[in-house]
Design a protein around this ligand. Structure first.
Ligand code: PSU
Ligand code: MN
Length: 305
């Protein structure tokens, strides 16, 4: 039984030490509305190809984890109602020969298994507000503690508990590096108000940190926090207003657990008149581009030995 399949294109790039960036499928299946999700999935791949980087979008298809999708697979993740799959769901989907869209945790796990070192997402999962009562903390965090991959993200969505998420990443020994900033971004917003210990200014420095991390053998991942440029961010006061309404709606609808993130994202798109969606796409494009630069530096570093 093969545990997973790698597309020929991704396998060839890895074998030849050409740059590869992993992309998740939950953002496509559950994080963005149709039909923009399908366009986005293709666009993220195109951004990488234009940089000379091979995209490896990851999903579980008919029970098999697939690393690198063809165009009919991309169509499936955008248009079928797939389960949201974290790491623990993978073996069950395998037994049922069912399909699933992979979260950051599941994508990171599968990408690392395949030998991919760089991954782009929109926002990392984190500690949910109210976690002190619900224990709701994304497996994205604990997975990065044991998975050697660098994730480029625009921080975590401001619907989460940002300072608690940063504390947990510290406890889990996952480095959080601001990309050209010492302030953690807040997904739709350039700034969260929370300071980071470290900032690196370019992809070459990130690749050097990855090399040093590997050499030390800790085996954990790294978070590169890449803020959306200020001129593209969501208006902060409108953001605050919409979030307040969204939390009330989630409480009234009684959503909990892993349904919370997709509910809030969908609600926020509607309440913002689509503005949050445009910002979400812009920040994700920006992350894909930076991940492409890091993967390129990483390949160059490995080629130098
Ligand atoms: N952040 C977004 N959009 C998303 C997600 C996060 O802006 O779609 C997804 C990612 O796949 C992330 C997951 O890994 O939500 C986290 O979900 P949970 O909190 O249930 O672990
Ligand atoms: Mn959760």
């Amino acid at each position: 039984m093969t545990a997973f399949k790698i597309s020929d294109e991704v396998a060839a790039a890895l074998a030849e030490n050409r740059p590869v960036v992993a992309l998740e499928s939950t953002i496509i299946s559950h994080g963005l509305p149709r039909p923009r999700n399908h366009e986005a999935a293709l666009e993220f791949e195109d951004i990488l190809r234009a940089q000379g980087v091979t995209p490896a979008t990851i999903a579980i298809l008919d029970g098999v984890p697939q690393i690198g999708l063809d165009s009919s697979d991309v169509d499936r993740i955008a248009n079928e109602d797939l389960a949201k799959a974290s790491v623990r769901d993978i073996p069950i989907l395998a037994a049922k020969r069912a399909s699933g869209a992979t979260t950051v945790a599941a994508t990171a796990h599968l990408a690392a298994l395949a030998g991919i070192r760089v991954f782009a997402t929109g926002g990392l999962g984190g500690v949910h507000r109210g976690a002190i009562d619900t224990f709701d903390e994304s497996a994205d965090l604990s997975t990065l503690a044991v998975t050697p991959i660098t994730v480029v993200s625009a921080g975590v969505k401001s619907v989460l508990d940002i300072p608690a998420t940063l504390e947990r990443l510290e406890t889990l020994s996952v480095p959080v590096i601001g990309y050209g900033t010492k302030e953690f971004p807040a997904f739709w917003l350039t700034r969260s108000g929370y300071q980071l210990d470290w900032s690196l200014v370019n992809a070459e420095q990130i690749a050097l940190a990855m090399q040093a991390q590997d050499a030390l053998g800790h085996g954990q991942g790294m978070v590169v926090a890449n803020p959306i440029p200020e001129h593209l961010q969501w208006d902060p006061s409108e953001h605050d207003r919409v979030l307040e309404v969204a939390f009330k709606a989630a409480a009234a609808a009684g959503v909990s657990g892993k349904a919370v993130t997709p509910f809030l994202l969908g609600f926020i798109v509607g309440e913002s008149g689509g503005r949050s969606l445009e910002v979400n796409l812009d920040l994700a494009r920006n992350n894909v581009r930076v991940a492409g630069l890091i993967a390129t530096e990483w390949s160059a570093l490995k080629a130098r030995g």
